[in-house]
Write a new protein. Structure first.
Length: 625
C-alpha cells in the first residue's frame, strides 16, 4: 500500500473511531444536537422568504390581516433563530463533557494495558502520548462540532442556493463552482495545521518541562540556589517561540492561499449584484426578490466559508486523532507465551535467571550479559556492585517491567512470561531507589502498597510502626489524615490563608514511608529492597534493617545496597560487574576469597577505622581582610 493510501486509510479509520466514541458517549444528546442544527440551518432561509413576502405584501398593498400574519410568522422564526442556537450549544457542551470523560477513560485504559516500561522510556512514544492526550480531549468534540456545524451550514447553503437558482439558475451554478476551490484550500490548510501540530509536539513537551522546573517544589530550591530561573525561563521561551514561529508560517501560508478563492467569491457576488440591479430596472424582479437575493448571496458566502472551515477542522481533527487511535491499538510491550495464562503459585523452591541477556533496544549496549543466577526461596540474596553493573536492571526483569532480550526467568521452574503481569506482581513487595512521593495523605501514602487493605487502620499503622515512621505521622497536624503536600490544599479546604496546607517530610522520613508501603505486603512471596536505607542516618538505618530482617523471615528477599555492612548477613551475596555475575557466596566466603567484594568491603571499612591514617592538613588560607 502506498504511503498516501495508507494515510487515507488511517484517517478513515480514525473517523470511524471518533464517531463511535461520540455515539457511545451520548446518543440522545448527539441526535438532538444534530436535529437542532438542521432546524437552525433552515430558519435563516425561512426568514429571508418571509421578509420577501412582507416586502411584496407592503408594495402590493395587501390587506392588513395578511401583513400581520406574515409579521407574526417572521417574529416566530426570529425567535427560533435566537433560541435554537442556544439550545444546540447547550446540547453540544453536554455531549462534549461526556465525550471528554469517555476519552480520558479509554485513553488511560489503553495506557494501563501496557504492562511494561519499554514504551514509557521511548521519547517517540512520549510525543505520541502527548498528541493522543491533546487529540483525545479535543478531536472528538472538534469533529462532531464540525460535522454538525457542517450539516447546519449545508442546510443553510442549500436553502439559499435553491432560492438563487429560482431567480437565476446560471448564478446558482456559478455559486456552486465558486465553492470548490474554497473547499480545497481549506482542506489543505487543515492538513498543514495538523502537520505542524505533530512537528512541534517535541518542542511543546520540552517547553512544558522547562516551565514546570520553575514551579516544581523539588526543583525550585536548587534552581534558586544556582540562579537558574532566567536560564530555564529563556529555554522555555525559546521552545515556545520556535513552536509559535512554525505555526505563524503555516497560518501565513494558509492566509495567502485563501486570497484567490475569496476574490472569486466576491466576483460572483458582484456579478449577481449587477444582474439584480438591471433586473429591477427592467421590472423583472420585485423589491421582495431583491431582498431575498441580497440575503441569499450573503448567506451563501457565509455558508461556503463555514462549510469549508468545518470541513478543514474535521479533517485536522481526524489527522490528529490518528495518534489517539494508534495509542489505543498499541500492542503490549510484554509478550505472553503461547498457551493459556497460568496463575503463579506461592514460591516454594527457586527463582532462576537462565542465560539472561538484556538491552533496551537494538542500538543500545548490552546491560546484562548471560546472567545465570538462582534465588533460593526463604532466603535473602544481596546484589552488590558499582553503579551501572546491572543490579537495578535485574530488579526490573524480576518485577517483569521488561522481558529479557535473550534467556528467561523462572518461578519454580515456570517461565514468568506464562503469568499475567498483574497476577505475578501481586506476589512481590518492593521499595525502589527512586520511590514515589504521592501528594496524598499519610495514610494513603502507606496504604497504596496494598489497596485492598488501604482502609484497614491497623494494617496501615502496623506497617508504619515496622518502618519506624508511626510516631512521626501521628504528630502531624491531622495525624494520618494530613496531606503530605505543599502544592495542594486538603479536600474541603478553600482559600490560601488557612495556615494549614499540608505538611512536608524530610528525605529520610519519606524513605521510611516508602518502606512502610512495602511493609503493607508483608505476606508477599518476594520482597525486593533497592537501597532501602540510602537516605537514613546510621541509627535509623540499623532500625530499618532490624525491621527488614524481621519482615523477611521466611520470605524470599532481594536486597541492593551500596553499604555492604547492610548486606553481610544475607544468605548469598552476588557481585555484578559489566552485566555479569563475577562472584557469589556468603560474606565470610567472599572475604576469604579476597576478590572484588573483599576489595569493596575493605575500602568502605577503612572509612570507619579509628586507626586509619589522618589526612594531611593543607596550607592554612590567609584570613579574609
Amino acid at each position: 500500500m502506498r504511503r498516501s493510501e495508507r494515510a487515507r486509510a488511517e484517517v478513515l479509520a480514525a473517523g470511524r473511531t471518533a464517531a463511535g466514541l461520540a455515539w457511545r458517549a451520548g446518543r440522545l444528546a448527539l441526535l438532538l444536537h444534530l436535529a437542532g442544527s438542521v432546524v437552525a440551518g433552515l430558519l435563516p432561509a425561512a426568514a429571508a422568504l418571509l421578509v420577501r413576502e412582507l416586502f411584496d405584501a407592503i408594495t402590493q398593498h395587501r390587506p392588513t390581516d395578511a401583513l400581520v400574519r406574515v409579521a407574526v410568522l417572521l417574529v416566530a422564526v426570529s425567535l427560533g433563530i435566537a433560541l435554537v442556537p442556544a439550545v444546540t450549544d447547550f446540547l453540544r457542551e453536554q455531549h462534549a463533557r461526556r465525550v471528554q470523560l469517555r476519552v480520558q477513560d479509554e485513553l488511560f485504559e489503553s495506557v494501563n494495558r501496557l504492562p511494561g516500561l519499554r514504551h514509557f522510556e521511548n521519547p517517540a512514544f512520549q510525543d505520541e502520548l502527548r498528541l493522543a492526550q491533546e487529540a483525545g480531549s479535543s478531536a472528538p468534540g472538534m469533529l462532531i462540532g464540525s460535522v454538525v456545524g457542517g450539516v447546519q451550514a449545508l442546510v443553510t447553503f442549500l436553502g439559499f442556493l435553491v432560492t438563487v437558482c429560482v431567480l437565476n439558475p446560471l448564478l446558482g451554478a456559478l455559486t456552486v463552482v465558486m465553492a470548490l476551490p474554497t473547499f480545497r484550500t481549506q482542506l489543505t490548510a487543515g492538513r498543514r495545521r495538523a502537520a505542524v501540530i505533530r512537528d512541534i509536539v517535541a518542542r511543546s513537551r520540552r517547553q512544558m518541562f522547562y516551565a514546570s522546573l520553575l514551579t516544581d517544589t523539588d526543583a525550585v530550591k536548587e534552581i534558586r540556589l544556582f540562579g537558574l530561573q532566567d536560564h530555564f525561563k529563556d529555554r522555555a521561551r525559546a521552545e515556545l517561540a520556535a513552536a509559535s514561529e512554525a505555526e505563524r508560517r503555516t497560518e501565513l501560508r494558509n492566509l495567502l492561499r485563501g486570497f484567490a478563492p475569496s476574490v472569486l467569491g466576491v466576483a460572483v457576488y458582484g456579478a449577481g449584484l449587477v444582474w439584480v440591479v438591471r433586473a429591477v430596472g427592467q421590472g423583472a424582479l420585485s423589491v421582495g426578490d431583491v431582498s431575498v437575493f441580497l440575503a441569499a448571496t450573503a448567506a451563501i458566502q457565509t455558508g461556503v466559508g463555514q462549510l469549508a472551515s468545518t470541513g478543514s477542522n474535521a479533517y485536522q481533527a481526524l489527522l490528529t486523532f490518528v495518534s489517539y487511535r494508534s495509542l489505543r491499538d498499541l500492542a503490549p510491550d510484554l509478550k505472553q507465551l503461547e498457551g493459556p495464562a497460568r496463575e503463579p503459585e506461592p514460591l516454594r523452591s527457586t527463582i532462576t535467571f537462565e542465560d539472561v541477556w538484556f538491552r533496551y533496544d537494538d542500538t543500545s549496549p548490552w546491560v546484562l550479559r548471560g546472567v545465570d543466577l538462582t534465588l533460593t526461596a526463604g532466603a535473602t540474596t544481596a546484589l552488590v556492585g558499582l553503579n551501572g553493573a546491572g543490579k537495578s536492571t535485574l530488579v526490573k526483569l524480576l518485577c517483569r517491567l521488561y522481558d529479557p532480550t535473550r534467556g528467561r526467568v523462572l518461578w519454580d521452574g515456570t517461565d514468568i512470561r506464562r503469568f499475567t503481569p498483574d497476577e505475578y506482581r501481586r506476589r512481590i513487595g518492593v521499595v525502589f531507589q527512586d520511590y514515589c512521593r504521592y501528594d496524598l495523605t499519610a495514610a494513603e501514602n502507606v496504604g497504596l502498597g496494598r489497596l485492598d487493605r488501604a482502609g484497614d487502620t491497623d494494617a496501615v499503622t502496623g506497617a508504619a510502626k515496622a518502618a519506624g515512621i508511626h510516631d512521626r505521622l501521628t504528630r502531624l497536624p491531622a495525624g494520618y489524615s494530613t496531606l503530605l503536600s505543599r502544592i495542594f490544599l486538603p479536600d474541603g479546604e478553600e482559600g490560601a490563608d488557612l495556615g494549614f496546607a499540608g505538611q512536608a517530610l524530610s528525605g529520610g522520613e519519606w524513605q521510611r514511608v516508602a518502606v512502610a508501603r512495602a511493609f503493607m505486603r508483608a505476606d508477599a512471596d518476594l520482597l525486593i529492597l533497592d537501597e532501602p536505607s540510602a537516605g537514613l542516618d546510621a541509627e535509623a538505618e540499623k532500625e530499618i534493617h532490624d525491621s527488614l530482617r524481621t519482615l523477611r523471615r521466611g520470605a524470599t528477599g532481594v536486597v541492593i545496597s551500596h553499604r555492604l555492612s547492610a548486606v553481610r548477613d544475607a544468605a548469598a551475596i552476588v557481585v555484578l560487574a559489566d552485566g555479569r555475575v563475577i562472584e557469589r557466596g556468603t560474606h565470610e566466603a567472599l572475604m576469604g576469597r579476597g576478590g572484588r567484594y573483599a576489595e569493596l568491603f575493605t575500602l568502605q571499612a577503612d572509612g570507619y577505622r579509628t586507626d586509619a591514617p589522618a589526612p594531611v592538613p593543607g596550607p592554612v588560607p590567609d584570613p579574609v581582610p
